[in-house]
Design a protein around this ligand. Sequence first.
Ligand code: ADP
Ligand code: MG
Length: 274
Amino acid sequence: MTESRVVAGIDGSPAAETAIRWAAAEAASRGTGLRLVHAFVWPEFPVPLGPSDMAPGLRAAADKIVRESVELARKLEPGIEVAGTREDGFPSPVLIRASQHADVVVIGSRGLGIALGALVGSTGLDLAANAHCPVIVVRPDQPTYTGDHVLIGYDGSSPSSLALDFGLDYASRHGLRVRVVAAQPVHSEQHRATREELDADVRGRPGGLNAEIIHIDGHPAEQLLRLSADARLIVLGSRGRGGFAGMLLGSVSQTVLHHAVCPVAVIPAAAIGG
Ligand SMILES: Nc1ncnc2c1ncn2[C@@H]1O[C@H](COP(=O)(O)OP(=O)(O)O)[C@@H](O)[C@H]1O
Ligand SMILES: [Mg+2]
């Protein structure tokens, strides 16, 4: 049996269905299996929630989500191995644990229990900061496969260097153009790599020869969002060169995660060397 290396978090929401679609296509492209994970939070509540005969019904509902998700993935990609599991725990810790044995984890931008007005749920932000592999946040409200290029945000940091590798690999497997953006924030410290360093770095990597490299002045998140209008995927590091030492998710990645209109891949610091 193929070892499942693409993981998708599922909760029965429309965003989770988008995640299943993205993850199934990615598993097929990578030639790996797909594992669908449903976090079952009910046992985590320490207070008695009423008669315990509720539990079997809730478990059955959770198992139904897993069963139907597996059926959908198999229908979408009959050629891949699909496994589904229900695991006790809150979504973030369950999926962070699953990310230890995954190539990528795919989740929807918002689940069922999201606070009104939030654009990306807490699970997405938590995972982007803490997962052990790249995290893809997909949006239910946007068509997933429009756009013709992969947009990579590069500021010379090691997470952004991993973002570059991830984006180049994704683009070459999916036949997409690559656009690397290095934005120089106005009125701030030199933030990006020099033009020469970046050009040499990108061109020296597999698939980097034909990449379009854009050096631009302006607010990085704003420029990335503007230049991603027709992107298939945006790829960023969880952290960059700036920010505060204790932060796990930088301001550029947070802003782009909230406002992008296409899937966003974030390479967490914990994925480095992991
Ligand atoms: N000036 C920039 N130009 C292009 N991409 C950037 C820039 N700054 C940050 N990014 C992208 O956003 C990611 C997260 O960086 P950021 O949110 O700025 O974190 P930090 O606060 O640690 O600097 C980086 O790994 C990179 O992919
Ligand atoms: Mg920064």
